[in-house]
Design a binder for this molecule. Structure first.
Ligand code: ARG
Ligand code: ZN
Length: 458
């Protein structure tokens, strides 16, 4: 589901547009979505609408066998198209609209050539059967993401590029889709994914879990995490709260499920209705993963989260998951907003005022390298999650708030979450919306806080 795609695929076509390529046989879809940080991520020529993933995993051998049924719509006449999937997994067959299709794997691209040209604007279905031993990838910043194995299963976190390590798809965040996961594991393990648990059935020592994710989701927010979890699925305070907690996880998990509704109620009052049909979290015992991730509906944590981290990942459900950036360089729209939400929640709980949190972040001396990176583009994928994206992003929002006043500021946040709900938007759209809602020219403010290096004066 592509809503606001402002990218040109033309630069990424591998073949020149010769008369032959433009014939009724269609042209190849671009091998990337055109994101400068991850040029091969995503693909052109079609829009993925739904993924039906059937996975079978054995934690002791690390073997995965998968079937991905993808419903899509062509956005050009397509002679062939790509899916993102690492070639450490072996593709066994591909069909398009039920007919066998030719395919080739190279690096993280699976190139599919259907037996007939796919017509522009028509729906089509792709079924990929594959298997192998999935492994994580190392990101440009040195961290891991993807299929991260643990002692008893997998910590599956996919921001920014891990989705290609375990299922084929259109893995740029501008192509959101709905999902259904059918995951079979040995009955000593639990498989937890995004959305609502719809079925759980044991047979012959193996258990199949079916999860339905009915709101659109970007690939980097999908998870299928496996472990010796205690699974709970309850209605609490008007929310369906589904938690999976590894009893070995660090921290005290008492009341973990109950801690979600108060934070969600508070954020709903500020940002608008919670965008998903269920909530909860996955708490794993993954000592060597240094981060949590806002996996849609159900964030994943490497230990029991404290209130700040919980608030951070829950706020991402509005900012990042429902409203998603258009390009990776706009990542402050996720992390700055989630960090500011931590400050709001600490203030609400009486732990620390927002102003004190701002002052602490702002106190970094002007010569500190922190101030050298502007907020709106951290300069490359190696800086995607570095401190300015989080803290300078949050400070930018606070300066906006003090400039336009509380009522207008929260009206801007609600308009942002409402206008771009389930879609994508970039920094320019946020500036335009802020100016429209406030009726103020905010050019100088955003210039100093988002685009210029150096410590802005107050
Ligand atoms: N979005 C996550 C958070 O701030 C961080 C993800 C970090 N990912 C990584 N590969 N280092 O909650
Ligand atoms: Zn975050």
């Amino acid at each position: 589901m592509k809503r606001l795609l402002a990218l040109t695929a033309a630069a990424f076509l591998t073949l020149p547009l010769t008369p032959a390529a433009a014939s009724p046989s269609g042209t190849p879809g671009a091998p990337g979505a055109g994101d400068p940080y991850f040029p091969g991520q995503g693909n052109g020529g079609y829009d993925a609408l739904h993924y039906d993933l059937t996975l079978d995993y054995d934690p002791s051998s690390g073997r995965l066998s998968g079937r991905a049924a993808i419903s899509a719509r062509a956005t050009q006449a397509l002679s062939r198209f790509n899916l993102d999937l690492v070639d450490t997994l072996s593709v066994r067959s591909v069909t398009v609209d039920g007919r066998p299709a030719a395919y080739a794997q190279s690096g993280s691209e699976l190139v599919v050539t259907p037996s007939r040209t796919l017509r522009d604007r028509r729906g089509f279905s792709v079924v990929v059967r594959y298997d192998g031993s999935p492994a994580h990838v190392i990101d440009p910043d040195g961290s891991k993401d993807g299929w991260i194995k643990t002692e008893d299963g997998v910590f599956n976190a996919n921001e920014p590029q891990g989705a290609m390590t375990w299922y084929p798809g259109n893995h740029h965040m501008t192509d959101k889709a709905t999902y259904r996961f059918t995951v079979t594991v040995p009955s000593s393990s639990v498989a937890v994914a995004n959305g609502d648990l719809v079925r759980q059935a044991a047979k012959g020592g193996r258990t199949t879990y079916v999860w339905n994710s009915r709101e659109p989701m970007a690939s980097y927010l999908a998870t299928v995490s496996i472990g010796t979890f205690e699974l709970t699925d309850r209605r609490i305070g008007g929310y369906r709260v589904t938690t999976a907690v590894d009893p070995q996880a660090a921290g005290d998990a008492t009341g973990f499920a109950e801690r979600h509704p108060p934070a969600l109620d508070y954020f709903s009052r500020l940002f608008g209705r919670y965008p998903y049909s269920s909530t909860g979290g996955i708490v794993d015992h993954a000592p060597d993963v240094g981060y949590a991730l806002e996996t849609q509906t159900r964030p994943i944590y490497p230990r029991v989260p404290g209130e700040s981290l919980l608030a951070h990942e829950l706020a991402h459900q509005w900012f990042g998951n429902s409203v998603t950036p258009t390009l990776w360089r706009d990542i402050w729209l996720n992390e700055g907003f989630a960090t500011y939400s931590e400050w709001l929640w600490a203030d609400e709980r009486g732990t620390q005022t927002v102003q004190a949190a701002f002052d602490e972040a702002y106190a970094r001396p002007a010569e500190h390298e922190f101030w050298q990176t502007p907020t709106a583009d951290p300069g490359g994928p190696e800086n995607l999650f570095h401190a300015p994206v989080y803290d300078r992003g949050a400070m930018t929002l606070h300066v906006l708030r003090t400039t336009v006043g509380d009522d207008t500021f929260f009206a801007i946040l609600r308009a942002w979450a409402g206008r771009y709900r389930y879609g994508n938007a970039d920094t320019a759209a946020f500036i335009a919306l802020s100016e429209r809602v406030s009726g103020k020219d905010l050019g100088a403010l955003f210039d100093a806080w988002l685009f210029k290096p150096g410590k802005p004066s107050l």
